[in-house]
Write a protein that binds this ligand. Structure first.
Ligand code: FAD
Ligand code: SF4
Length: 476
C-alpha cells in the first residue's frame, strides 16, 4: 500500500460556529461538510486491504466501503453500507468518541491525520435524511410488511431501544416502545444538548421514520409502575427488550450538597433540554442562571453542563476535575470546544464542601488540590490530595456530573431479573437475554453509563436473537 501527498494532507477542517457567536445561542456548533469537502476528505482514504478502522468500530461498520461509495458521489449506497450495521449514523457521526474508536485505529493516525470518519458519517446520514422513511431505517428502498402477530415490546426509548425497534420493524415485527417521559429519545433528547445533537432535525426524524414502519410509541408509561413485564406477555407480546438506561445521578456526599444552587447534571440538563428552561417564561421550567458556575466531572456530561451554563449567560464557568485535562474521559472535540468557549479547567482539584452565602444559598466551594500518584485499577494515575492546599472558589451554581447509577423502579418491581453486584441487569453476552426467558436487555442498564454506540450495538444483538426466535427474517 502506497501513500501519496494527497493522503498525507491534514484532515479537511469542520466548519464551526465561531465561539463568541455560539455562546449566545443553542444552535449546533459543528456546521457539517459540504459535498466537496466530504469528497476531498474521503479521497484521502487508502482503502486498506485489512482496514484497522473497522476493528476500532464497536459495530464494525464497513468503513472503507462507505468511503469508496462517497468518493463516487453515490450517497444512497454509502448510506446503505452504514445501515448494514449502524442504525443511527446521523447521531453517531455527531456524538461517538471516534478518536478512541475508528479514527484512533485508522492507519493515517500514525501521521496524526486519521480520516475524519465521524464527519463523513454525519455528512452521508444528513444527506440521506431527505430521502424516504423506509430507507432511513433499513437502508433499502423496500419496506417489509408488518406482521401484527409478531409483537415485541421495548421499554425505554433511548438508542438501545430505538435500534432494537428499527432492526425488528425492518424485518416485519410489530414493535411497541413504552417510554416513561413525555418525549422520546432517552439521553439523546434530555441529556445531550441541542448544540451538539439537534432534536427536531435529527432525533425526531429518526423516530418519525420508525413510526412509518408502524412502530408504536406510548409515552408516559413507566415499566414497573404503570405496567409489568408479565402484563406485556399477557397482552400478546412475544418478547420484551429493556433499554431503560442508567439515569439515577450520583452525588459527592460532602457537606452543603443540599444547598439551593447545587444541582445534579441530570436535573440541570433535563430542565434545559427537555423543559426548554432556556426559553423561560415561554416554557414553564424555571432554572437558576448562575453567574459563577462550577461543574464537577471530566466526561461528556460535565462538558455539556458547563457549555449550557455558558449559553445561559454565566460570567464564569469552571470545570473541576481531580485528574488533568489529558485524562478527561470526554470526547476531545467537546473539551476543545469548551475551552474555546472560555470555560476554565480547574484540573487536579477535588471538592471538600459547599458553603452558603449570607442568604443561605450556595456561595462558594472549598476545594482540595490533588497530585497524580501511581496508576489505579483503571490504569490511570490515582489522584492524591496535597496536604494543606485548600482553595475557595466563589460559586452561585454548582452542577455535579460524576456519574449515574441504575434507576431501581423497574428492577425492584421485577425481582426475577438477576442483577450484577453493581445493580445492573445480567445478560447472556451472545444474545442479551436476561434471567427471564424472552426478556432481553441492553445499553446503560446492562453496562452502566457508557456510550450511544455501545447501547445501539446491544439493541441490535438482542433484536437479532428476538427476530430469530419469533421468525422475523433475521437476514444478517
Ligand atoms: P437512555 O438513553 O438513558 O434511554 C433510556 C430511556 O428509558 C429514557 O428515555 C428513560 O426515560 C426511559 N426509562 C427509564 N426507566 C423507564 C421505565 N421504568 N419505563 C419506561 N421507560 C423508562 N455517549 C456518547 O457516545 N457520546 C456522547 O457524546 C455522549 N454524551 C452524553 C451526554 C450526556 C449529558 C449524557 C447523560 C450521556 C451522554 N452519553 C454520550 C452517553 C449515552 O447517551 C448513553 O450511553 C446512551 O444514551 C444509553 O442509551 P440507552 O438506550 O441505554 O439509555
Ligand atoms: Fe481508510 Fe483509515 Fe480505514 Fe485505512 S484505516 S481504510 S485509511 S479509514
Amino acid at each position: 500500500m502506497k501513500t501519496n501527498k494527497k493522503q498525507l494532507r491534514p484532515r479537511v477542517p469542520m466548519p464551526n460556529q465561531p465561539p463568541d457567536e455560539r455562546i449566545g445561542n443553542f444552535d449546533e456548533v459543528a456546521l457539517g461538510y459540504t459535498l466537496e469537502m466530504a469528497k476531498e476528505e474521503a479521497e484521502r482514504c487508502l482503502q486498506c486491504k485489512k482496514p484497522k478502522c473497522v476493528k476500532g468500530c464497536p459495530v464494525e461498520v464497513p468503513i472503507p466501503q462507505f468511503i469508496e461509495k462517497l468518493t463516487q458521489g453515490d450517497i444512497d449506497s454509502a448510506y446503505a453500507v452504514f445501515k448494514s450495521t449502524n442504525s443511527l449514523p446521523a447521531v453517531c457521526g455527531r456524538v461517538c468518541p471516534q478518536e478512541i474508536q475508528c479514527e484512533g485505529e485508522c492507519i493515517l493516525n500514525v501521521k496524526g491525520h486519521p480520516i475524519a470518519i465521524g464527519r463523513l458519517e454525519r455528512f452521508v446520514a444528513d444527506e440521506y435524511m431527505h430521502r424516504d422513511a423506509c430507507g432511513l431505517i433499513t437502508g433499502k428502498p423496500e419496506c417489509p410488511l408488518i406482521d401484527p402477530e409478531k409483537k415485541v415490546a421495548c421499554i425505554g426509548s433511548g438508542p438501545a431501544s430505538l435500534t432494537a425497534a428499527g432492526y425488528l420493524a425492518g424485518r416485519g415485527c410489530k414493535v411497541t416502545v413504552f417510554e416513561a417521559l413525555h418525549e422520546l429519545g432517552g439521553v439523546l433528547v434530555y441529556g445531550i444538548p441541542e448544540f451538539r445533537l439537534p432534536k427536531e432535525k435529527i432525533v425526531a426524524k429518526e423516530i418519525n421514520a420508525l413510526k412509518e414502519l408502524e412502530v408504536e410509541f406510548v409515552r408516559n408509561r413507566v415499566g414497573g409502575k404503570t405496567f409489568s413485564i408479565k402484563e406485556l406477555f399477557a397482552a400478546g407480546y412475544k418478547a420484551v427488550f429493556i433499554g431503560v438506561g442508567a439515569g439515577l445521578p450520583k452525588f459527592l456526599g460532602i457537606p452543603g450538597e443540599n444547598l439551593n444552587g447545587v444541582f445534579s447534571a441530570n436535573e440541570y440538563l433535563t430542565r434545559v433540554n427537555l423543559g426548554r428552561a432556556y426559553s423561560f417564561p415561554d416554557f414553564d421550567t424555571p432554572i437558576i442562571k448562575g453567574r459563577r458556575v462550577t461543574v464537577f466531572g471530566g466526561g461528556n456530561v460535565a462538558m455539556d453542563a458547563a457549555r449550557t451554563a455558558r449559553r445561559l449567560g454565566a460570567d464564569s464557568v469552571h470545570i473541576v476535575y481531580r485528574r488533568t485535562v489529558a485524562e478527561m474521559p470526554a470526547r476531545h472535540e467537546e473539551v476543545d470546544h469548551a475551552i474555546e468557549e472560555g470555560i476554565k479547567m480547574q484540573e487536579l482539584c477535588s471538592p471538600i464542601a459547599f458553603m452558603p452565602d449570607e442568604e443561605g444559598n450556595l456561595g462558594s466551594i472549598r476545594l482540595q488540590q490533588m497530585q497524580l500518584g501511581e496508576p489505579d485499577d483503571s490504569g490511570r494515575r490515582r489522584p492524591e490530595p496535597i496536604k494543606g492546599s485548600e482553595l475557595i472558589l466563589s460559586t452561585d451554581l454548582a452542577v455535579i456530573a460524576v456519574g449515574t447509577r441504575s434507576n431501581p423502579v423497574l428492577l425492584e418491581a421485577e425481582p426475577e431479573l438477576a442483577l450484577n453486584k453493581w445493580g445492573y441487569i445480567k445478560v447472556d453476552k451472545q444474545t442479551c437475554e436476561t434471567s427471564m426467558s424472552g426478556v432481553f436487555a441492553g445499553g446503560d442498564i446492562v453496562t452502566g453509563a457508557a456510550t450511544v454506540i455501545l447501547a445501539m450495538g446491544a439493541g441490535r444483538t438482542a433484536a437479532k436473537e428476538i427476530a430469530r426466535r419469533i421468525g422475523c427474517h433475521p437476514d444478517d
